[in-house]
Design a protein around this ligand. Structure first.
Ligand SMILES: *[C@@H]1O[C@H](CO)[C@@H](O)[C@H](O)[C@H]1NC(C)=O
Ligand SMILES: *[C@@H]1O[C@H](CO)[C@@H](O)[C@H](O)[C@H]1NC(C)=O
Ligand SMILES: *[C@@H]1O[C@H](CO)[C@@H](O)[C@H](O)[C@H]1NC(C)=O
Ligand SMILES: *[C@@H]1O[C@H](CO)[C@@H](O)[C@H](O)[C@H]1NC(C)=O
Length: 442
């Protein structure tokens, strides 16, 4: 879906959704002034460095108006600036009001360069360490970075969306190849085999904990994840989740083999910093973390550095990447179901498009509906991209009432859609033409 050129002609297809950011910026700047912070960095991710985030974590979008999936904002007392890549320039210009400036020459005007230019020496740049990975490079040349664990946007975001209420649930036994107990034993074996002798593993990415316990949730749109961390040692298992969403049945599931080292403790999601701190204070400990998905904030708790064992990815991500026989089998079945939905749509379009009966929105709804009726479906895996003619040239387009085109035999149609199934995630793109394509179209 990536496209790096923005066409002026696509402006008309994006609805004007700019918000008035004046009061939000005033509030943020007040909190910055109280803390003597000259600049504040607002990234677009969550505390798990997720690619898709829940509305309550969309701090950059709330502040700027820009809802694209990539981008970082910086605010000073006099400036408000957004960096995003060229795929999103058109959208950012449409969604941000005049308080905001969009940086287009980010190769020469990187965030670091901008901060060094705009922030006087000796002044502090504030950031939330729980929204940056261990590996993220932040500007530093003669400017001091101030780690602020209490997020400043959260302080002023009065109508921040609440936690989604839905309970966690377990995967059905017939689609899993390994029980969570087997997976835990496998990861513990990898800890023992590691020459650096880690005593614990900390899991931060949401797919890591979901995979380890064969659990799913519905906290993040289009993703089967729930807010979570795991701290695993040879003797203990701490699962950090919102306990009010753990049903009686799940308590039983998690403690089904509660003897020796397979009891699961549920300290509560918000306890991860304290429990990790407490663990790290113990003698002879070493915590294994994957630097790509562990935040700087959590990594700083594991100090001194000798108490860390780092690799780019945790052993859980590496192990999870290799599918077992059951996973392979059910994933194929999910793809067969998914193909049926796409074929149902394409068959229908062959009839309805020449009759002028179909729009981008009706096509998108139809394929979403077909998937939703299938076994194990839990909704689309991203917002369906159903795009005709020029709309198909817009990266990450999805139809709205304002932008929606009628499908015709003269234009190409691009469908990029997928489903979340309990047994697999799908993502398929097809480009079709129902008439005689011109040489240019070919
Ligand atoms: C934005 O909101 C501020 C504060 O309420 C107001 O003064 C300003 O006129 C608004 N700007 C626009 C363009 O509506
Ligand atoms: C940092 O400050 C020192 C001393 O004030 C100065 O010599 C140096 O050029 C500065 N470096 C940058 C990158 O601004
Ligand atoms: C499992 O049992 C232990 C020991 O009784 C208890 O501390 C823990 O809270 C239980 N865990 C769950 C998930 O119910
Ligand atoms: C789009 O139009 C449909 C039908 O008129 C309406 O039900 C729906 O609420 C509209 N959606 C938006 C976002 O305006």
């Amino acid at each position: 879906c990536y496209f790096s050129v923005s066409f002026p002609s696509v402006f008309q297809y994006i609805p004007p959704t700019a918000i008035n950011s004046t009061l939000r910026l005033i509030a943020l700047r007040q909190t910055m002034a109280l803390l003597s912070i000259h600049a504040y960095i607002i990234p677009g991710t969550d505390a798990h460095l997720s690619e898709y985030i829940a509305p309550r974590d969309a701090r950059r979008a709330w502040m700027t108006g820009f809802t694209g999936s990539a981008g970082t904002a910086v605010v000073t007392q006099t400036q408000a600036v957004l960096w995003t890549d060229s795929r999103y320039w058109v959208q950012a210009e449409r969604q941000m009001d005049c308080n905001w400036e969009l940086v287009r020459d980010s190769s020469t005007n990187s965030i670091a360069n901008w901060l060094i230019r705009e922030v006087p020496e000796g002044m502090e740049i504030g950031f939330d360490p729980f929204l940056f990975s261990v590996g993220d490079k932040l500007a530093s040349a003669n400017r001091s970075l101030k780690s602020l664990p209490d997020n400043l946007v959260d302080k002023v975001w009065t109508d921040r969306p609440p936690l989604p209420p839905e309970n966690l649930f377990r995967l059905p036994d017939n689609i899993i190849g390994r029980t969570w107990q087997e997976k835990v034993q496998d990861i513990r074996q990898q800890m023992s085999d590691n020459p650096y002798k880690p005593t614990a593993i900390l899991l931060s990415a949401l797919d890591e904990t979901a995979w380890l316990f064969n659990l799913r949730g519905n906290d993040i749109p289009y993703n089967p994840f729930f807010y979570s961390y795991t701290l695993l040692t040879q003797d203990d298992i701490w699962l950090f989740v919102h306990n009010q969403r753990v049903t009686e049945e799940l308590h039983a599931y998690l403690n089904a083999s509660c003897q020796d080292s397979l009891c699961v403790q549920l300290p509560g999601y918000d306890r991860v910093r304290n429990e990790l701190q407490g663990y790290v204070e113990g003698p002879g400990v070493r915590v294994w973390i994957g630097t790509e998905f562990t935040t700087r904030g959590l990594s700083e708790i594991i100090s001194p550095k000798e108490k860390q064992l780092t690799s780019a990815y945790s052993p859980v991500l590496i192990t999870k990447a290799v599918k077992d026989e059951t996973e392979e089998r059910v994933l194929r079945q999910a793809h067969v179901r998914d193909a049926v939905a796409v074929i149902q749509l394409l068959t229908r379009l062959e009839k309805t498009v020449p009759e002028g009966q179909e729009t981008e929105l009706t096509a998108a709804h139809f394929v979403d509906e077909c998937r939703s009726k299938q076994n194990f479906n839990r909704g689309p895996s991203f917002e369906t991209i159903s795009a005709s003619g020029p709309n198909a040239a817009l990266a990450h387009y999805s139809p709205t009432n304002e932008s929606c085109r009628t499908l015709t035999v003269n234009e190409m149609f691009l469908l990029d859609s997928g489903g979340q199934y309990l047994d697999g995630t799908t993502d398929i793109t097809r480009t079709v033409h129902w008439g005689t394509p011109t040489d240019f179209q070919k």
